[in-house]
Ligand binder design. Sequence first.
Ligand code: NAD
Length: 393
Amino acid sequence: MIIKPKVRGFICITAHPKGCAANVQEQIDFIRSRAPLRNGPRKVLVIGASTGYGLAARIAAGFGGKAATVGVFFERPSTNGRCASAGWYNSAAFERKARREGLYAKSINGDAFSKPVKDRVIRVLKDEVGPVDLVIYSLAAPRREHPETGVLHKSVLKPIGESFSGPTIDTDRGIIKEIHLPPASKRDIGDTVAVMGGEDWEMWMNRLGEAGLLEEGCRSVAFSYVGPEQTWPIYKWGTIGRAKHDLAKVCQRIDASLRSNGGMAFISVNKAVVTQASAAIPIVPLYISILFRVMKERGLHEGCIEQLYRLYATQLYNDSSANLDEAGRIRIDDWEMKPEVQNAVAKLWKQATNENLKEITDYAGYKKEFLKLFGFGIPGVDYGAPCDPEVVF
Ligand code: NAD
């Protein structure tokens, strides 16, 4: 069939298998254009490995460091002639390309929050891989069924304390609109912390540790975001910020436990990029459209793969220790947060209107990146040619 993008708000319900494979190849090519990682990771578990930062973490470890990778994700295979999700196609392409390169790659599709999926991963590691030396925790999930209580927690993106009104881009219509968000209830806050906080990361690390599957010196990293003041009411000070605060607290416990065996845990604060998760956050499409313009003009533009290469090469696997901020976090959002970048963003943020949106921001770049997440708009892919949506691992 001919597969075309069908965008509904902040998701695209179709995905192109060849486009997704080309997207993965582009990231592999980027990694190959850089110096190989010296003393990089050898056996890596990536939780949330199919799209965005997790996919980049897997590609950078595999193709930059020749690491064996086990990837966990929750993606939809193709059924009844319908498209699979982009993360399915990405992961199938990654496995194919990794194996062709002689790299071990195994993918586990299922709910990472659940006990059965943790059991499956532990079995694979025990039988085929052995203890891991890097665990990347990169889940961005809308909900979590708690494995012990059975309660279904749904994460929300809401301000805390007071309501919030601010501009965002209505991506269906390509116009700036005001959004109004009511303050989160106590329950909203608790639910979001349950989904996006650190409890599940710690459960993973405990299970791996108990099973003897954490190599001496093992590192673990989870991702966070800080961003500029414009985003704080709904990010840093909102429900997701509360969850990230919890993640940071849990990181200290995981760090203490890994240190007893020569390892370490980190929070890496990453830059704002277009992913399926970030597209769902109000304000972000407008902020990223402005940020992209400013960073591209200064030659500082990065996507997930550039960020992850920098994380490995300059922080985790450099010859000295990682460069941490006052709160003990790695900051690969450093270029985004440069004062010259943020001053330029703040200026454009005040000026942006419907009339000048396309001239003063990189909204075109935002939209291009968004479609690329689903394998569309990639040079060299023949979108007019029929394509089988069914791709198996
Ligand atoms: P993403 O939507 O691209 O990826 C999410 C991943 O989680 C996918 O692999 C998906 O399959 C997986 N997943 C979701 N629910 C799952 C479940 N129940 N079981 C197994 N896998 C599941 O998201 P992303 O933007 O790459 O976010 C990853 C992390 O990076 C998050 O912690 C996010 O807060 C952080 N981060 C993102 C940005 C950004 O701008 N996108 C910036 C800084 C930090």
